[in-house]
Design a protein around this ligand. Structure first.
Ligand code: GDP
Ligand code: IMO
Ligand code: MG
Length: 422
């Protein structure tokens, strides 16, 4: 069986931390979508690690890590990730395998991302500019380059013809993008050489065989459900299916082989980049969340927008993904608020609605809040569920009742050890 761990909001819920915590119970950790737009943070032994493409199980001896076919890989960023891990002596080549069917992000994909965003002006998506959109466009347009192509001598011809096409497209945008393609290509080729040192596999077959042997597999999602290309706040989304179904196509796993679906959310809400965010706060409370939660993007460093928990959106994500277990992150950040608000419905066209309408942009929806009592206790040193303050227990009970799914983990700090199992 394959269990899934998925972000239920707009990303950065703490997926990296929890995958790292859970890896001891799994034989294989596999990424199935997204690319280096992701930034997954892990903290243990006083060291903080940020991973972009490499699965978050990499620090454990017991687990094999797979970059699945649904992922898009930038060899340049990938090489940097490998270089950063070198000093930890992890024997990466023995436990990190790459799907031959994963698509490659070319330097010109990154340039196209920048050109597209510049051309959009104020309407820009707020992309991480890692070339994600253009690479998935080439994938679905059937023009992409895949990792498996690198095993053939003519890969540079393929590269050339695609890059030439991209240069024409960049010119079409008619925006001021400065670049030195030769320099970018040298860096790209170095990245390819680093990538080639790893084992390329038919990952769907590998996963199938592993399942037949009874191995336990955890699929690590990137981004979050509200950034899903189909179900997110389109067009302010990423270019892959971040929801449960994405794991089936992104790893080649049949739907009946999916086991538990672990849904992860912050005790409040954040979002980086543009797009609607009904519970966004522009007041002191929002600033406190950002400051205490250290809400800055792990990939771009941009400040994350903050707001109260949006149960309408969270219920929608639980439903789309078929979440069986919930994990609530960053509970510690809410310590000290006198009261805590939760959005339980929206006012939409003058009526109260409890589902996510088609368009939640602008003032289309106004959140309806339920107010709960806050708590002041510092949670960061707690290790047992029995130590949680009553007001936090009441918050948890309220969410469980609303979402009809149990909250199995409460996270009270960024470190591996700051994790409370219930
Ligand atoms: P991911 O993309 O879902 O893996 O999440 P990110 O790593 O982008 O962002 C989560 C941030 O919150 C990281 O800086 C984590 O170190 C941090 N973090 C995770 N869990 C907790 C928690 O329970 N409390 C606090 N204060 N920080 C946390
Ligand atoms: P993790 O895995 C938060 C956002 C971008 C932008 C939109 C499209 O760390 O949770 P893209 O670069 O994909 O074209 O950007 O999606 N975004 C993320 N936000 N966490 C992420 O990943 C994200 N990956 C993309 O900010 O709004
Ligand atoms: Mg992140």
């Amino acid at each position: 069986m394959v269990d899934l761990l998925l972000g239920l909001q707009w990303g950065d819920e703490g997926k990296g931390k929890i995958v790292d915590v859970l890896t001891k119970d799994y034989d294989i950790i596999a990424r199935f979508q997204g690319g280096p737009n992701a930034g997954h943070t892990l903290e243990f032994n006083g060291i903080k690690h940020v991973l972009h493409t490499i699965p978050s199980g990499i620090f454990h001896k017991n687990a094999i890590n797979i970059v699945g076919n649904g992922v898009v890989i930038d060899p340049v960023i990938f090489k940097k990730e490998l270089d950063n891990l070198e000093k930890f002596n992890l024997d990466i080549a023995a436990k990190l395998f790459i799907s031959r069917k994963a698509h490659l992000i070319l330097p010109t994909h990154r340039l196209l991302d920048a050109a597209s965003e510049t051309a959009k002006g104020k309407a820009k998506i707020g992309s991480t500019l890692k070339g994600i959109g253009p690479t998935y466009m080439d994938k679905t347009g059937r023009n992409g380059m895949r990792v498996g192509d690198l095993e053939f001598d003519n890969w540079k011809d393929k590269y050339r013809s695609l890059a030439n096409k991209h240069e024409g497209m960049i010119a079409y945008y008619n925006v001021d993008i400065q670049y030195d393609l030769k320099e970018l290509e040298d860096e790209f080729c170095e990245g390819i050489e680093a990538l080639k040192k790893l084992k390329f596999i038919d990952s769907e077959q590998y996963v199938f065989d592993a399942m037949a042997k009874g191995k336990k597999i955890l699929a690590e999602g990137a981004q979050g459900s509200l950034l899903d290309i189909d179900f997110g706040t389109y067009p302010f989304v990423t270019s892959s299916n971040t929801t449960a179904a994405g794991a089936c196509t992104g790893l080649g796993v049949a739907p009946g082989k999916i086991g538990r679906v672990l849904g992860i959310f912050k005790a409040y809400t954040t979002r980086v980049g543009s797009g609607p965010f009904p519970t966004e706060l522009f007041d002191d409370d929002g600033q406190t969340m950002g400051r205490v939660g250290n809400e800055f993007g792990a990939t771009t460093g941009r400040p994350r927008r903050c707001g109260w928990l949006d149960l309408v959106a969270l219920k929608y994500a639980v439903q789309i993904n078929g979440v069986t277990d919930l994990m609530m992150m960053k509970a510690d950040v809410l310590s000290g608020f006198e009261s805590i608000k939760v959005c339980t419905a929206y006012t939409y066209k003058g009526k109260k609605v409890e589902h996510l309408p088609y368009n939640i942009e602008g003032n289309n929806v106004v959140p309806v809040y339920t107010e709960l009592k806050g708590w002041s206790k510092d949670l960061t040193t707690l290790t047992k569920a029995s130590e949680l303050p009553p007001a936090l227990n009441a918050y948890i009970a309220f969410l469980e009742e609303q979402l009809e799914v149990p909250i199995k983990i409460v996270s009270v700090g960024p470190d591996r050890l700051q994790t409370i199992h219930r």
